[in-house]
Design a protein around this ligand. Structure first.
Ligand code: KG4
Ligand code: ZN
Length: 337
C-alpha cells in the first residue's frame, strides 16, 4: 500500500510517499521545503506568511514527490497547528481524494511525531509504550497500550520544551529555531557552571513547566549585561540550560515508565533531534530499566516531515479510520486523547 503524507501545520511544507506492507514501512520519497530562512527575519513563524508560502510551492512539490506514482491512501495533518497553514494541506488532500477516488485519513500531528518511530522499518515495537513528545508547540508524555490508543499522562502547563529553546536562543541573540544553535554551543560549555532551576522535577505528577527556566536564563543574562557575554560564558549558559531541560524530561519520563511498567520508551518531535537528550535518556533507561527497550526516530524524522504523517496514516488505514473528503476539516487544537 502506498500512502501519500501531507504536512503543512507550521513552517515546513512537507510531502512524502511511504510504502506499508505487513506492518512494516519504507520511505520511498520524503520532501521537506523549509521556510526557516523566511521566518528568521521575524524571529518566529508568522502564520499568514507560512500559509502563503505553503500555497505557492505545494503544487510543484507534489509533482516532484509523486513522479508517476498514484498512492492508495492520502494522509493529511488536520491539527494541532496554525489554522491558516493547516488549511492548505487539508484542501490539497481533499482535492486529491475527490479526483483520484482514494480514501482520506485525518492525522494528528503529534501522532505523526510518535509514528516517526515506525519509519525505521525493522524491529517489532512492543506495547505498552511510553512516548515523550517534545516539539516547538508541545511537551507531552503519552502512554500507548496499542496502536492508535493514546493516554496523555502529563503535558506542559506553559511553554513547550522546543519553545523554551527558541526563547532562550532569542535572549542570547541566536537565530530561530533555537534548538540547533543552543545544542551546538552547549557541547562546548560546562553544564554544571550555572544552577538553573529544574521546574516541577520533584512534583508527583507528569506535567512540565518551562517558562520559569526561560525567565531564570533571562535574569542571568541581564545580570551580566554590563560586560558583553564572553564566548565561554555563552557556551556555559547553553550547556547549563540544556542540562536543566534534559534533567526534567529524563527524570519524569523514567518515573512514568516505571509506574506504567512499559516495554518501550520512545522519543518524538523536533527536540528529539537533541543529541544530549537522546543519549541521556538512553543511559537512564539502560541503567534504571534494563528490560525496557529504548526507541528513537532517525534525526531526519524528528522535526516536521510528512513521512511521519504517512506512517500514522498507514496504521489508521489498517483500522479503516477514514474521513470523507466532504467532511474533512482542520482542528487547530486537535488532541491525541
Ligand atoms: O516538531 P517540530 O519540527 O515542530 C513542531 O511541531 O513544533 O519542532 C521544532 C522545535 C523547535 O522549537 C526547535 O528549536 C526544536 O524543535 N529543535 C531542537 C533541536 N532541533 C530542533 N531543540 C533542541 N535541540 C535540537 N537539536
Ligand atoms: Zn512538529
Amino acid at each position: 500500500m502506498l500512502i501519500l503524507g501531507i504536512e503543512t501545520s507550521c513552517d515546513e511544507t512537507a510531502l512524502a510517499i511511504v510504502e506499508g506492507r505487513q506492518g512494516k514501512l519504507r520511505v520511498l520519497k520524503n520532501v521537506v521545503a523549509s521556510q526557516i530562512k523566511i521566518h528568521q527575519k521575524y524571529g518566529g513563524v508568522i502564520p499568514e506568511v507560512a500559509a502563503r508560502q505553503h500555497a505557492e510551492i505545494i503544487a510543484p512539490l507534489l509533482k516532484k514527490t509523486l513522479g508517476r506514482k498514484k498512492p492508495d491512501v492520502i494522509a493529511v495533518t488536520a491539527g494541532p497547528g496554525l489554522a491558516i497553514a493547516l488549511l492548505v494541506g487539508i484542501e490539497v488532500g481533499r482535492t486529491l481524494s475527490y479526483l483520484w477516488e482514494k480514501p482520506l485519513v485525518k492525522v494528528n500531528h503529534l501522532a505523526g511525531h510518535i509514528y516517526a518511530n515506525w519509519l525505521i522499518g525493522r524491529t517489532e515495537i512492543r506495547f505498552p509504550i511510553l512516548c515523550l513528545v517534545v516539539s516547538g508547540g508541545h511537551t507531552e508524555l503519552v502512554l500507548m497500550t496499542d496502536h492508535l490508543k493514546y493516554k496523555v499522562l502529563g503535558r506542559t502547563r506553559d511553554d513547550a520544551a522546543g519553545e523554551c529553546f527558541d526563547k532562550v536562543a532569542k535572549i542570547l541573540g541566536l537565530p530561530y529555531p533555537g534548538g540547533p544553535p543552543i545544542s551546538r554551543l552547549a557541547r562546548l560549555g560546562n553544564q554544571k557552571k550555572i544552577a538553573f532551576p529544574r521546574p516541577m522535577l520533584s512534583e508527583d505528577n507528569f506535567d512540565f513547566s518551562f517558562s520559569g527556566l526561560k525567565t531564570a536564563v533571562l535574569y542571568y543574562v541581564k545580570g551580566h549585561a554590563s560586560a558583553d557575554l564572553s564566548a565561554a560564558l555563552r557556551q556555559d549558559i547553553c550547556a547549563s540550560f540544556e542540562q536543566a531541560v534534559v534533567d526534567v524530561l529524563v527524570s519524569k519520563t523514567l518515573r512514568a515508565a516505571k509506574k506504567y511498567r512499559v516495554k518501550t520508551v520512545m522519543l518524538g518531535g523536533g527536540v528529539a533531534a537533541n543529541h544530549h537528550l537522546r543519549s541521556a535518556l538512553a543511559k537512564a533507561v539502560r541503567d534504571d530499566s534494563p528490560n525496557t527497550k529504548y526507541q528513537i526516530p532517525d534525526t531526519k524524522y524528528t522535526t516536521d516531515n510528512a513521512a511521519m504523517i504517512a506512517a500514522a496514516g498507514y496504521f489508521q488505514t489498517l483500522k479503516k479510520d477514514f474521513t470523507d473528503w466532504r467532511e474533512l476539516e482542520i482542528n487547530p487544537q486537535m488532541k491525541l486523547a
